[in-house]
Write a protein that binds this ligand. Sequence first.
Ligand code: NI
Ligand code: MN
Length: 236
Amino acid sequence: MAEFTFFGHSTVQFRTDTGKVVLIDPWVMQNPSCPDEIRRNLQSVDAMLITHAHNDHIGDAVELARRYEPSIVVANFETCQWLARKGVKNTSPMNIGGSQDVLGLRVTMTRADHSCGITDGDEILYGGAAGGYTVQMPGGFTFYHAGDTGLFSDMKLLAELYQPQLVFLPIGGLYTMDPHQAARACGFLQAKQIIPIHWGTFPSLTGKPIQLETELSKLGITTEMIAMEPGETYRR
Ligand code: NI
Ligand code: MN
């Protein structure tokens, strides 16, 4: 069984069937969408997957790594170097196209059309390229967390290569895809289910799940939308 808890924005906690906790885009304490109860109840973090170094994704990575000492912290090469300089142990760098084993899961870093500067004090440092992840469980179930990205038609290749059944796609617009584009992405990915992310956190992110639903039906795409409120858990 796989268990996904939406912490709000792009932060997703994935619990493996062996009870290990994988935190994708660790923005928790400073995440305005994350319910207090979720912060208080966070017992362990065994792995972190970081899509890119923007603050609304990596913002609490250093502090969470200090508190929970995850056995593996995955990000691109440049971002891992920066995390290591900030005292994060067990970084395991990779880059787009690469795969590695994370707590028995097969993790592949995928393309994202986005930027990845690291805000460090009043400087913006080069953070490598933004990415996303496909995560394949031993039983074959695969999900895809796109990180922040615009729409790109090579998402068709991800469908061909990894057949993700469940996809986490940004829909807020402005910095990422909006619902109109995310619906098209669902078609490219041939996903069974989508959990929309990166919406509602700030007034500038105007895309809403209800709009995605409308766009999906306009295109005749059968991907089922699972709209989660922060703090909710989805089990499959
Ligand atoms: Ni971003
Ligand atoms: Mn973002």
